[in-house]
Design a protein around this ligand. Sequence first.
Ligand SMILES: Nc1ncnc2c1ncn2[C@@H]1O[C@H](COP(=O)(O)OP(=O)(O)OP(=O)(O)O)[C@@H](O)[C@H]1O
Ligand code: NI
Length: 346
Amino acid sequence: MLQIENLRTEFETPRGTVTAVNGVDLHIDNGEIVGLVGESGSGKSVLAQSVMRLVEDPGEITADELLFKGEPLLEKSEAEMTTIRGNEISMVFQDPMNSLNPTITVGEQIAETVRLHQDIGESISLPAEMKRKIIGASKASESWRRAIEMLESVQIPHPESRATDYPHEFSGGMRQRAMIAIALSCEPDLLIADEPTTALDVTIQAQILEELHSILEVFDTSILLITHDLAVVAETCDRVNVMYAGEMVERATTRELFSNPQHPYTQALLASTPQVETAVEELEPIPGTVPEPIDIPYACHFAPRCPEAKEECFEVDPAFRRVGSEDHEAACIRREPVDGEVIENE
Ligand SMILES: Nc1ncnc2c1ncn2[C@@H]1O[C@H](COP(=O)(O)OP(=O)(O)OP(=O)(O)O)[C@@H](O)[C@H]1O
Ligand code: NI
């Protein structure tokens, strides 16, 4: 579905070059839910925006490979990308309140996406505003019927009457579901969900995550789930990628990562994340903060915060090595590779 090799995304700023994504590899197979975790500022969102080619100016994306269904995304024209973004890759953004249009009913916003992306005989070329008046108002249209179906499939209760609500009439959790409904209404092959559960309470989080699973089965969509919350990943993802200061530090199946975390950063992240059995007072926050990715002067970006760091950690670039079963790899020179080989210097 998605194959990324050596992706770099840089921003020229007055203070220097920000390397938000620094030589990252990632792949997603058909029907997989893949997690991308890391603290705030580690480059998760920029990575997602790079896949969509929606990086803010003056961001510059390069990659050895950025393939979506075997097609090189960096070689697509802007028009081709617009088509891909509308039909094949969908993104749910961090903040659902800012992503929904407050002046249009939720049902109409979904119906509009359906009309834009699916040929259901309502694609007459009129300005959106006008179409909304003519087609949307009729409520008998195919797109409206689809909108209600979509609301139902993300488990909004009473979808017929709820479809006529405005976003502010929805709770946080319902807005989130509405966002997912919009993202899915074009029946994408890949859904990128950038922290879809922030600012929601824990019960709602659990419900939505459960739904992501059934959504996946119904729509046969692959998902890249971006979050700083490892508990969310544990419940949802098949595989996990851990990112720190623009670089990937560890990747494994979810089961392997949680039972056998190897990179000191992943271990610290786990120790700082509430899990079912941990009492809050046992949580250990990671001291320090993620460095801003401008000319980081040491080889392993995590070294200054790492309890295991030695002098060479600041000098030798950490290459990926196999550190466990099931393609479990970590980029840390303090770990012996299980097969005696380092993979490559990135
Ligand atoms: N347009 C931009 N210009 C300059 N720097 C940027 C730009 N966008 C992002 N960055 C920088 O890139 C780095 C990665 O940011 P990004 O938003 O990808 O982090 P994140 O992992 O998504 O964090 P969060 O969990 O807070 O969403 C940050 O240091 C950020 O300041
Ligand atoms: Ni982000």
